[in-house]
Write a protein that binds this ligand. Structure first.
Ligand SMILES: Cc1cc2nc3c(=O)[nH]c(=O)nc-3n(C[C@H](O)[C@H](O)[C@H](O)COP(=O)(O)OP(=O)(O)OC[C@H]3O[C@@H](n4cnc5c(N)ncnc54)[C@H](O)[C@@H]3O)c2cc1C
Length: 414
């Protein structure tokens, strides 16, 4: 099997779903706005994290700094960032915490992205423009209590009645799920079985009694952003809010997860970078056995390994972002999509495990102080653990990587 073949790529039937006209000055301006956002957010985030409560400034300051639709096309009010610029922004944001970055994932990587890629013009005009302006928060609702790694085991349903779709069922563990104004929801036709049982995607407005959400608590870390469940009971959705063709939901979900996984990988890089900076500062200052701990060789080993985690994650994420950019520019090229999927799975698996190890080493260098949420390494350790689970677990990433190398007929599950 050819790992990357563009020779036989068909001519795209639609234009690219991203703006490609971001120039160097705009790129620098966006990253400058992200830096300003992070600096303004940090003292507020610090307090909210220690008090284990949601930080509303994550959203308010994102609106203020025009960060609500970084990769969305400029004609809808976004900044038109390419994937590489967007991952740099996400890495910087994640230095403030994985919970902060997860908000942007829900809003953009898995919220706006499927609309950018599969929405019709009216849907883009309304939902992208509103969300980029910060008037609408978005989320992505695929997971259910009994359907995680295999979304095809989901039980959420839809039926047509009186000129609307009526949706029923529960979605679980949804980032931004109790603050979103609209959620990309996946559901099966009511009563369907066999070949008829094909998932569809909908843009679901959350207003009304028929949509009930509840924030989830008892989380280890990520206290400052929203993780929720919601239940729909004959929840009406206009026919115009079907996203993509009926029955195409699984494909839409899988493509969207490539975008989400790249966000997770980028976030992990940011966590590693922050751990490295914290450890360098601490090891230069803290003294034991008559000298700075940074002079002890075993402490240097921790520092060297954190740097290795940073450098390898950075390289893999850059490669994955370039592959995703190539795929976004030619949305109908299956080879490019498969390549992006493969590279992103590798980057996500590597960076999330690297971040876990880097944060653990950083905690170790901080000694007793490391075992406290008062210091950044422990916050990163708690926050990044979920990166090995959400948007596809470690195990699912390994199966994807192996199947790509072995060939489709070797897929461990279908
Ligand atoms: C903080 C947080 C935020 C989230 N945000 C969102 C969101 O915004 N939207 C959304 O839709 N979902 C979201 N999720 C859900 C997340 O994507 C799922 O938790 C994840 O996909 C795993 O599904 P599961 O929890 O049902 O685990 P399961 O699928 O039950 O897996 C349990 C274990 O079995 C393993 N396993 C399962 N199948 C196989 C297999 N075939 N081979 C080998 N091992 C296997 C898994 O790897 C795992 O180790 C979020 C989760 C968390 C914790």
């Amino acid at each position: 099997m050819t790992i990357m073949s563009t020779k036989t790529a068909p001519t795209p039937r639609v234009s690219s779903c991203i703006d490609s006209e971001m120039n160097d000055a705009e790129r620098a301006a966006l990253l400058g706005d992200v830096e300003a956002y992070c600096r303004e957010l940090r003292p507020i985030e610090e307090i909210c994290y220690l008090e284990h409560r949601r930080n509303e400034a994550i959203v308010e300051l994102a609106r203020k700094h025009n960060l609500m639709g970084m990769p969305v096309a400029k004609r809808y009010g976004g900044r038109g960032a390419d994937a590489l610029t967007y991952v740099r922004a996400l890495a910087r944001i994640n230095r403030e915490g994985n919970g902060v970055r997860t908000f942007f994932s829900g809003q953009t990587s898995i919220g706006q992205y499927p609309i950018m890629r599969y929405g019709n013009e009216a849907q883009k005009e309304h939902y992208l423009t509103e969300s980029c302006a910060g008037r609408r928060l978005l989320a992505f609702g695929l997971t259910e209590p009994d359907a995680g790694s295999n979304p095809l085991e989901g039980t959420c349903t839809f039926r047509r009645e009186g000129g609307v779709f009526l949706l029923n069922g529960v979605k679980y563990l949804i980032s931004n799920g109790s603050i979103a104004d609209a959620v990309i929801v996946f559901a099966f036709p009511e009563g369907a079985s066999g070949r008829e049982r094909r998932m569809s995607a909908f843009i679901v407005d959350t207003a009304g009694e028929t949509f009930q959400s509840e924030a989830l608590h008892a989380k280890p870390g990520m206290y400052t952003s929203d993780t929720a469940m919601f239940e729909m009971t004959d929840h009406p959705v206009p026919l115009a809010n079907l996203l993509g063709p009926e029955g195409d939901g699984f494909r839409i979900a899988m493509h969207t997860l490539v975008s989400g996984r790249l966000s997770v990988a980028a976030g992990c890089l940011g966590a590693i970078e922050d751990c490295l900076e914290e450890v360098l500062t601490y090891a230069r200052k803290r003294r034991q056995h008559g000298k700075e701990i940074g002079r002890h060789q075993l402490v240097q080993e921790h520092i060297a390994m954190i740097e290795m985690m940073r450098a390898t994650s950075d390289a893999m994420i850059e490669r994955a972002a370039l592959a995703k950019d190539a795929s976004d520019r030619r949305p109908h090229d299956r080879d490019l999509l498969a390549e992006a999927d493969f590279r992103v799975a590798q980057a996500k698996f590597h960076a999330s495990n690297a971040a876990w190890e880097a944060a653990d080493r950083a905690v170790q260098v901080f000694g007793g102080r490391g075992w406290s949420e008062l210091y950044r390494p422990m916050r990163h350790l708690q926050d990044v653990r979920v990166c090995r689970i959400y948007e596809g677990t470690d195990e699912i990433m390994k199966l994807k990587i192996a199947a790509r190398l072995l060939g489709k007929e070797f897929e461990a599950f279908s």
